[in-house]
Design a binder for this molecule. Sequence first.
Ligand SMILES: [Zn+2]
Length: 337
Amino acid sequence: MKHLTGRHGDTGTRRIGSSAVSSLRISASLRLRVLFLTLPLALAVNFSAGAQTGKRSGAHSSIPRDNFSAADRSAVEKAIGTACAERIRDPLGSTPIDEMQARPSLSATNPDAIAGARRADRLLPVTRKLVAEAIVQLSKDYGLYDAPASRARVNSASARVQGVKRIRPNVDARDNASVLLRDPRVIEFGTIFLAGLKSDEAMVSVLGHELTHVASGQSDLLRPLFRAIARRAASRINLTISGQRAEELACDLVGLLATRQFIDQAPSWEPPPRRIARAVEHNCVDDDGSDEDHLSPRNTIRALFALDVTLARELLATETQSSSRTRNSLTARGTAF
Ligand SMILES: [Zn+2]
């Protein structure tokens, strides 16, 4: 996931030779970053959809015309404010990543870190399932599941998440999470980050992000999907989203959709808007910086809500309205291109 000055994440290029340098830059950053470490050298190999591919912006011009309206744009902006206000009111609101970064390291025996690790362990199995489903559903939504070759690629990617079996707390990882790409059975999770995600919803969101990196893997199986998602978001919020930023945003989107399904499947007395907000609250930063691999945290929320305006509107709904709704599938949202 992302945490780099507010986010988390992997990094830009796929140049193995420079990966050690990349990993140092990563650990200095605020966002949650996924480091792909190649063992046994402990080199961080950063995967970038864009670095490999270069620019192919015109390659997929068959996407239907977008119909993102001014009202949609307004709903997105309101939803950002609502989510971040809810974070302050919610006893289980997440700590923003800029606050996490400013904190001293947290011992693995810290009660909040222990609670976070237990939460992550408990939620990993259900999140694996939700992520696998979300990847398939998104691929269908974006027209990337029709051809047999595309379908095989997506199914292969979604199956990969089942290989992730453990969470490993790590003091030095601080506010980052990472996976070992060559052997992705473990998600390494900084103790500050574990302690800062206080709700199940926030944890599912972050685990979903990490698992999506695993799904795409070393062969970039999900690169077409990442690029399609980035293109749509870019057009809706008028930002350039290329290279690693595309993958990071797409991983966040999968995490958000997994959380939304989790909310439906794990009923609670809590208002659904509060629960939805938790999926993005770690991005409610004051220090809204970006880097080459990530949108800024607040632009990340903006892009996510622009990609799923229905979900943004659910966040704005009253408790009564939203709690009475049942969502049957991921397709219920974001059908407009
Ligand atoms: Zn990431």
